[in-house]
Design a protein around this ligand. Structure first.
Ligand code: HAS
Ligand code: HEM
Ligand code: CU
Length: 573
């Protein structure tokens, strides 16, 4: 093995122990809140999997006592997993990483204020959700109408994430001023680019909720235009998937080579990838609306092409991280075209979690390209295929990576130890296997025409009598059981770890797992490559990103407003 001369980055030392402890504490609060949400959200999943397995548990007394309907459960599942778990985890992770990577001090009062505000928003939205006054699913499409308390809580929660954006960008700008001519270190670069992308992406949702839904639900305006709301929703709704997955990319690029024993291939390439995401994540949302009226086919086609374009940085990631893994395996004596894979540390959960998450994402990404193709879309839109797609993207690529991160991050933050590596490893593998089986069953059911978001177990006999759905139904039901077992194991490890005794400060025993680099970006802009110099001015690129969104969405939304049609709200469940 030829080892690189470019050693792994050392975390800059923070000498103020009280400050470091407080920074770690607020991060820990974010992460633990995230996993508490996931814990509740995930428990509902198997019930839904049984539904898609043709088994209706919603009429049993226990479930009837807990959930008013299938849709109350599905709303809680979608909101807690996809919106709350992700946002809290990312807010903690992508506040902590750049603060440590840049070695900058942040205002801890502001950091705590943001955490508390986000949590207040969450708890506010939870009240109508739990009392069946916001059974709207996680997309809350009008004219389905919920309690104003839900929209206000959601706005406060999502709005708080913009305070994290402000704090991180401001920290990075202070670093730039203090270090003129320097290249931003990689992890901080990726974190800042992700937050900037989210700021552009979240505008659609913020406009929808603050200016349309809250006034409407309070009765200040007579009605709502469902299509305007839905279009603003998907402005944010597609790009939010990159907000969910880019923190996983950060771990795949920066930390996975370390867990595997390999090196990052190229820092300039990673920077290019993140700039592509910053520029191109948002102006693609119309691929969720191919079936919607009053949006011209021209705009839908433009968004389709931009969607294909945004697959490119993911493909760059795939090949580049695969090269890091091969580098690691060959350094351990791996041989052959594929045989080297056997030399990877498959029994180590901090490694297996992100890698299995990536394997699931190969299939999830391929399915995404199918969804995006306007000729295929009518076959799978609104069918069980779609939950099949997103449980191997957000449900595995993101979630399993975050679970893997927690296994080194919690020891790092708290100085506690993982209680059982074998149990954690079993949880990781069963999550992967369960989700692969789930995806197979759900994609297959979708192709047969089974709709998503339906209590099909109550109607399956009559509607699907002539269709061969027994095998995919059986797969889906079995996957629900595997995933339940996996979740129990994972949360046992997590809670045991959190409740155990603190051993040390975690700085030495579980450091931030930086990796060695084959082609670094360099330290000074003066001698750096053109690509490094092009990617460094993130503020200007942020402006370009905003401009692109306005160009690609402005005319579409203007036409919708010109033809606005207000309708009254509905309460269905
Ligand atoms: Fe998607 C619907 C298109 C990515 C999540 N998506 C959804 C929904 C969710 C979601 C939640 O165009 C449902 C929304 C709803 O409720 O209605 N999606 C795409 C495309 C991509 C994509 C083109 N989706 C994601 C990600 C998500 C996510 C990421 C969450 C985290 N999606 C769609 C479309 C719809 C949609 C349509 C609407 C469908 C409809 O009709 O309603 C792309 O970004 C995917 C690019 C990815 C790749 C894969 C790269 C692979 C990598 C791993 C490599 C592995 C290695 C490991 C190296 C090209 C990076 C090797 C291992 C060794 C051992 C060596
Ligand atoms: C929906 C099962 C974990 C996010 C669903 C559906 C099923 C399911 C069967 C489709 C329901 C329908 O369309 O009627 C499971 C199981 C899980 C699990 C068995 C693991 C134990 C997760 C995770 C996430 C997630 C970890 C994200 C982090 C979602 C979302 C929906 C959904 C966003 C869509 C809700 C909607 O259509 O409004 N889940 N899930 N799930 N799941 Fe999961
Ligand atoms: Cu999308």
């Amino acid at each position: 093995p030829i080892y690189s001369p470019h050693a792994a980055r050392e975390t800059p030392v923070i000498s103020d122990a009280a400050y470091l402890a407080s920074l770690k504490k607020v991060t820990q609060y974010y992460i633990v809140t995230a996993f508490l949400a996931l814990f509740i959200g995930v428990l509902i999943g198997p019930l839904q999997a049984l539904n898609y397995g043709g088994i209706n548990v919603y009429d049993t007394p226990i479930i009837k006592g807990l959930l008013k309907s299938y849709y109350q459960g599905l709303s809680l599942h979608g909101v807690l997993n996809a919106l709350v778990f992700t946002q809290f985890f990312i807010s903690g992770f992508l506040l902590y990483l750049p603060a440590r990577d840049l070695g900058m001090r942040i205002n801890m009062k502001f950091a705590w204020f943001t955490y508390i505000l986000m949590t207040v928003g969450l708890l506010t939205a939870a009240v109508p959700l739990l009392t069946n006054n916001a059974t709207l699913l996680y997309t809350f499409y009008p004219p389905m109408e919920g309690s104003p308390v839900f929209y206000i809580g959601a706005a406060v929660m999502v709005g708080s994430s913009l305070l994290v954006v402000g704090q991180v960008v401001q920290m990075w700008m202070r670093w730039k001023r203090a270090n003129p001519g320097r290249v931003t270190p990689l992890v901080a670069f990726m974190s800042v680019a992700t937050w900037m992308m989210w700021a552009v992406a979240s505008l659609g949702l913020v406009i929808e909720v603050v200016f349309l839904l809250i006034p409407w639900s309070l009765g200040w305006v007579a009605g709502v235009d469902p299509l305007i709301s839905k279009t603003l929703f998907w402005w944010t709704g597609h790009a939010i998937v990159y907000f969910w997955v880019l923190p996983a990319y950060i771990a795949w690029y920066a930390f996975l080579p370390n867990h595997a024993g390999g090196r990052i291939v190229s820092e300039p390439l990673v920077r290019l990838t993140f700039v592509m995401f910053l520029l191109n994540s948002t102006p693609v949302g119309l691929h969720h609306q191919y079936a919607d009226p009053n949006i011209s086919a021209t705009w839908k086609t433009m968004h389709m092409f931009l969607t294909f374009l945004i697959a490119i940085p993911s493909l760059l990631t795939a090949f580049s991280v695969a090269a890091s893994l091969e580098d690691a395996a060959r350094a351990r004596g791996g041989r052959g075209l594929f045989g080297w894979m056997l030399k990877l540390p498959w029994g180590k959960p901090t490694f297996s979690a992100p890698v299995l998450a990536m394997v699931s994402f190969i299939l999830g990404g391929a399915g995404g390209i199918v969804n995006a193709s306007s000729t295929f879309a009518p076959v799978i839109h609104n069918t069980a295929w779609i939950p099949g797609h997103f449980h191997i993207t957000v449900g595995t690529a993101t979630t399993l990576t975050f679970m893997g991160i927690s296994l080194w991050l919690i020891p790092h933050l708290t100085g506690k130890r993982m209680p059982s590596v074998r149990l954690a490893s079993a949880a990781v593998w069963t999550w992967f296997i369960g989700m692969m089986v789930f995806a197979l069953g759900m994609h297959w059911e979708g192709l047969v025409g089974v709709p998503r978001r339906a209590l099909i177990s109550a109607t399956a006999q009559s509607v699907y009598r002539d269709m061969p759905i027994q095998i995919p139904q059986m797969l889906t039901a079995i996957s629900g059981v595997i995933l339940l077992v996996s979740a129990v194991m994972y949360f046992y490890v997590l809670f045991r770890m959190l409740l155990s005794k603190r051993v040390d400060d975690g700085e030495v025993t579980s450091p931030i797992p930086y990796s060695e680099v084959i082609s670094p970006a360099g330290q000074n802009l003066a001698g750096a490559s053109a690509l490094v110099r092009f990617t460094e001015p993130l503020l200007a690129l942020w402006g370009v990103a905003l401009l692109l969104v306005l160009l690609m969405y402005g005319p579409v939304i203007a036409r919708l407003f010109a033809n606005a049609e207000l309708v009254p709200g509905w309460r269905l469940y």
